[in-house]
Design a protein around this ligand. Structure first.
Ligand code: GLC
Ligand code: CA
Length: 534
């Protein structure tokens, strides 16, 4: 059974905002905090009760805010600390929580700590980063090229696991641990209710000798941040590439005093062989992956994070669904597959209206540092056209184009004369919030019903989960139960087919196509959830 604390977290429904692309309040083409504030009712009415804001701290934006230049100040383009205070107040007065994005692995090279550190070995900040006369290994940066960069001023190399402007902090130095504790405390004092922690698996390194990037002191460091009295109540979700169930136990089992949950990325790989290469069978693979993690986390009383997209991923409907003529169906079907499972739901902005991937015609339209690195790499062996196809499929800009609020010139995202910082998706005139709400088939209304259903029954929060479909089926059927109440969720995949249930049900309480019974002939991507009569 989940601990009481974790059970409470399964009642959170977290709406993820990429502030740069959510809503621009002052017409400069860049989303901002006042824009977020203006949409709080929109978020609450969806059924979310928490907001995770991607980094909104001072940054030169080489990696869109994941290169932090001051953890305790707001990015100029996003607003001021007063705006942040107003946002926190706006959330709390609506009974909603705020989750901030903490980036402890690296800072921007513009950060004062780095600017001091590069001055020399006698500087008090000298050991805040990893400096070597000669690179001690051949690690590559996640965004392409060597992970070691020579700095003229210091006359040494520093480590950057990500972009050149993202220097890795040296957590071996107790002053770094203390500095990051101070950052956490600053935001807790301001009223922040939790953190999403960026690439948490990277913070401990086995340098200079080790070959393994995942160093041995990770647990100690995480506990230093979140295992303290001041922070023990927080909701914390770690991001990283760790997908091993045993590692997750060490981070998230109750009593470990580390993290509430981790993002497990295994299901993100469904429907692709690598980030830029599509593959068949995505819906089946998604189902099987979800089933595995539901079972494994239940056995170990772990809290699972339920998510479909984020700012690093292209839209699921464009990858494994059908974002053209069955856009509504696949968006709602995938939502039912995921969000009636056990765990904490995260909904990424735009998902609730079935926003599709971007589709840009030229590499000049892309902004993302990872996509540009991948473009250069693929161009060495592929044609321009083949390369663009790959980048369009996998680019993180798919998840970063501005939110489409209406069909006007700049989709209601910005009202000024400035162009939005990133071109909107190519069908923004058709797929936007206004059209969705005016449509008989509204993805957002389906989300609202789904979240209402989920909040209304303990069956969706407790452990009981059973799969009735097999790996050979092109559908997913599962049940959830608690306190004598049992629900069945049926999600069909691409093909029209008959789906029979072994027991009777009430008329579905949730159905994307208004179905009257829980079994019978299902259209492509049709789904239903009904209370069982057993
Ligand atoms: C995480 C973020 C991603 C960022 C990277 C480096 O993966 O989600 O957007 O580029 O960390 O901070
Ligand atoms: Ca703005």
């Amino acid at each position: 059974m989940l601990s009481e604390k974790y059970k409470e977290f399964t009642k959170w429904v977290i709406y993820q905002i990429y502030p740069r692309s959510f809503m621009d309040s002052n017409g400069d083409g860049i989303g901002d905090l006042q824009g977020v504030i203006s949409k709080l009712d929109y978020i609450k009415e969806l059924g979310a009760n928490a907001v995770w804001l991607c980094p909104c701290f001072k940054s030169p934006n080489e990696d869109n805010g994941y290169d932090v230049a001051d953890y305790c100040d707001i990015m100029d383009e996003f607003g001021t600390m007063e705006d942040m205070d107003q946002l926190i107040e706006g959330l709390h007065s609506r009974g909603m929580k705020l989750i901030l994005d903490l980036v402890p692995n690296h800072t921007s090279t513009d950060h004062k700590w780095f600017q001091e550190s590069r001055k020399g070995k006698d500087n008090p900040y000298s050991d805040y980063y990893y400096w070597f006369d000669v690179p001690p290994n051949d690690w590559e940066s996640s965004f392409g090229g060597s992970a070691w960069q020579y700095d003229e001023m210091r006359g040494q190399y520093y480590l950057h696991t990500f972009a050149v402007g993202q220097a890795d902090l040296n957590w071996e130095n107790p002053a770094v641990v203390k500095a990051m504790q101070d950052v956490v405390d600053f935001w807790v004092d301001k009223g922040c209710d939790g953190f999403r922690i960026d690439v948490i698996d990277c913070i401990s390194k086995d340098l200079p000798n080790g070959q393994d990037r995942l160093g041995p002191r990770i647990h100690e460091y995480i506990r230093a941040l979140f295992g303290r009295e001041k922070t023990a109540h927080l909701f914390t979700v770690g991001e990283g590439s760790t997908n091993d169930i045993d590692d997750i136990v060490l981070h998230c089992a109750s009593g470990r005093d580390e993290l509430s949950t981790l993002f497990i990325f295994e299901h993100m790989e469904c429907g692709r062989t690598d980030k830029f290469t599509p593959e068949e069978g995505g819906m089946r693979a998604l189902r099987d992956c979800l089933v595995y993690w539901q079972n494994e986390t239940a056995k170990r009383d772990l809290l699972y994070s339920l998510f479909i997209e984020n700012h690093d991923q292209p839209q699921m409907i464009s990858r494994i669904g059908n974002d053209r003529d069955l856009r509504y169906e696949s968006a709602t079907d995938i939502a039912a597959m995921v969000y009636l499972l056990k765990g904490v739901p995260f909904i990424y902005q735009g998902q609730e209206i079935g926003m599709p991937a971007a589709h840009y015609d030229s590499i000049d339209d892309f902004d993302d540092v990872e996509s540009l690195g991948a473009y250069r790499k693929y161009r060495e062996t592929l044609s321009e056209e083949e390369t663009l196809e790959k980048i369009n499929f996998g680019s993180r800009d798919n998840g970063r184009h501005p939110m489409a609020w209406d069909g006007s010139k700049n989709s209601g995202f910005t009202e000024g004369d400035c162009e939005p910082w990133l071109i909107n998706h190519s069908r923004a005139k058709e797929v936007n919030v206004e059209n969705d709400l005016n449509s008989e088939r509204s993805v957002r209304r389906f989300y609202q019903e789904l979240l209402r259903l989920r909040a209304g029954s303990n069956a969706f929060l407790e452990d009981d989960f059973e799969v009735l479909s097999s790996q050979e089926d092109d559908f997913f059927i599962y049940t959830r139960a608690a306190g004598g109440e049992k629900w069945v969720v049926v999600c069909n995949f691409e093909k029209e087919q008959v789906i029979d249930l072994p027991f009777g049900c009430e008329k579905p309480a949730l159905s994307n196509l208004g179905r009257k019974t829980a079994d019978g002939r299902y259209l492509p991507y049709e789904c239903a959830a009904a209370k069982c009569l057993c």
